[in-house]
Design a protein around this ligand. Structure first.
Ligand code: CMC
Length: 436
């Protein structure tokens, strides 16, 4: 951390002693005021539920400029990564800090590929679920269960264990997501095929059956790979912060990532892609483009609790760069499949146009986020709606594990333990039951 020459001074209107607080500068983005000694100096905590103004950690992985609508992984713009690199190169970048050269890429791909199978016992564990269970319910269980199968990589304080757990998680997530899908539709599981690419292998495990040869479409393979790249990391979002907090207790990496999966499930986070597509279906059913006006009216009504899903973001106050790339991929995939006139895509475009011109959205700087178009692409690929968030979890695993390893590798890390402003009853005595 680089200290700034400037210091912040906290003063109190009751004449209490001023407190000087150090300021640190990052390479980009807002400076931070160091309040770590505030409690010792003043006996007070700071109050910031929702972390509106609080940096919870130092990180060198991902940077978002919300006003410009810019997303960088290790300094590289997401647009360049999505255009020039594949997902495994991106994983290498996030995990180790640099894009791989040719030799490193081949080595990393081989390493991940060698770990794509899961313990055969996993399918018996899966059998305990109802066939109609939500895939995210299954994924929360399966990812947590990995710690029961891979005892040799559960010591979070051992760098070798962290490294192998990272590779195992990245390699096995597609296998687990595909197994969760096959289970719900009653088809046999397809073992991974290691001569295919990461995305190609996932398509194969999802859509192949033992009865027929399955040919991976290069356009769909590339589209899926791009979905993975766009979702790979997003700095200190809710699920990543969950993974960090969970891991800060020293729990094993599989348990920490399972906590991230659980957090991602929520509709304000990763569950938004599923919610966005269901919203489009509902508008379509109600009458399509003609009903947009009525829907927007509901969204603007504070008492309705209706949100325009796939719109708005805590950090982006401009167009989410991932949404632009996703819209481009959407066109490519629909073109490849001969679905250029897909009514849901047309509806989404019309909805976006109307919202972007509406004072409610303009004044609040609400723009489409990654989830606005990702559901349409996934649906076109043939991925069922309830599986969307599981695909997000698959892709985000590398980000979670890179952030977790960054935290644990920092010699100064401490267990995360927020404080509170207590508003409950002061101390009181328990009365006997007859007098309560
Ligand atoms: N539709 C209608 N109004 C909205 C929306 C929306 N999608 N998003 C924000 N607003 C309004 C909100 O009601 C508030 O209005 P007011 O100032 O009058 O009270 C204002 O905009 C500020 O919103 P906020 O809720 O304070 O913002 P936040 O930073 O707490 O929430 C968010 C961010 C993503 C949870 C929210 O925008 C939202 O719920 N969006 C829909 C769900 C969604 O698409 N989530 C995916 C996020 S991107 C993928 C990911 O990272 O997981």
């Amino acid at each position: 951390m680089k200290a700034s020459d400037t210091k912040a001074t906290l003063s109190f209107s009751n004449g209490g002693q001023n407190v000087e607080l150090p300021i640190y500068k990052g390479t980009m983005g807002p400076d931070v005021i160091d309040i770590r000694k505030l409690y010792a100096q003043t006996g007070m905590f700071t109050y910031d539920p929702g972390f509106m103004s609080t940096a919870s950690c130092e990180s060198a992985i991902t940077y978002i400029d919300g006003d410009k609508g810019e997303l960088l992984y290790r300094g590289y713009p997401i647009e360049q990564l999505a255009t020039n690199c594949d997902f495994l190169e991106t994983c290498h970048l996030l995990l180790y800090g640099e894009l791989p050269n040719e030799g490193q890429k081949a080595g990393f791909t081989k390493l991940v590929t060698n770990h794509t199978m899961v313990n055969e016992q996993m399918q018996f564990f899966l059998r305990g679920f109802r066939r109609d269970a939500h895939p995210m319910a299954i994924m929360t269980g399966l990812v947590g269960a990995l710690s029961a199968f891979y005892h040799d990589s559960t010591d979070i304080n051992n760098p070798k264990h962290r490294e192998i757990a990272a590779i195992r998680l990245i390699a096995k997530m597609p296998t687990l997501v595909a197994m969760a899908y096959k289970y719900t539709i009653g088809q046999p599981y397809m073992y991974p095929k290691n001569n295919l690419s990461y995305a190609g292998n996932f398509l194969h495990m999802m859509f192949a059956t033992p009865c027929e040869e399955y040919k991976v479409s290069p356009v769909l393979e590339r589209a899926l790979d791009r979905i993975f790249i766009l979702h790979a990391d997003h700095e200190q979002n809710a699920s990543t912060s969950t993974v960090r907090l969970c891991g800060s207790s020293g729990t094993n990496p599989f348990a920490a990532i399972a906590a991230g999966v659980a957090c991602l499930w929520g509709p304000a986070h990763g569950g938004a892609n599923e919610a966005a597509l269901n919203m489009l279906y509902d508008i379509q059913k109600a009458g399509g483009v003609d009903k947009i006006g009525e829907f927007i009216k509901q969204v603007k009504d504070k008492n309705s609790n209706v949100k325009l899903m796939g719109f708005g973001h805590r950090v982006y106050k401009n167009y989410d760069p991932r949404a632009k790339l996703m819209q481009e991929t959407c066109r490519e995939v629909l073109g490849e499949l001969g679905l250029e006139n897909d009514p849901l895509f047309k509806l989404a475009m019309a909805l976006e146009k109307i919202a972007l011109e509406d004072e409610y959205f303009v004044s609040r700087k609400l723009y489409p986020n990654v989830d606005f178009y990702s559901g349409i692409v996934q649906r076109a690929i043939g991925i069922p709606v309830p599986l969307f968030t599981a695909i997000f979890a698959l892709a985000r695993t590398v980000g979670w594990i890179a952030q977790l390893n960054e935290m644990i590798g920092d010699p100064e890390y401490k267990i995360g333990r927020p404080r509170q402003l207590f508003e409950g009853s002061p101390k009181r005595d328990v009365q006997p039951l007859s007098r309560r």
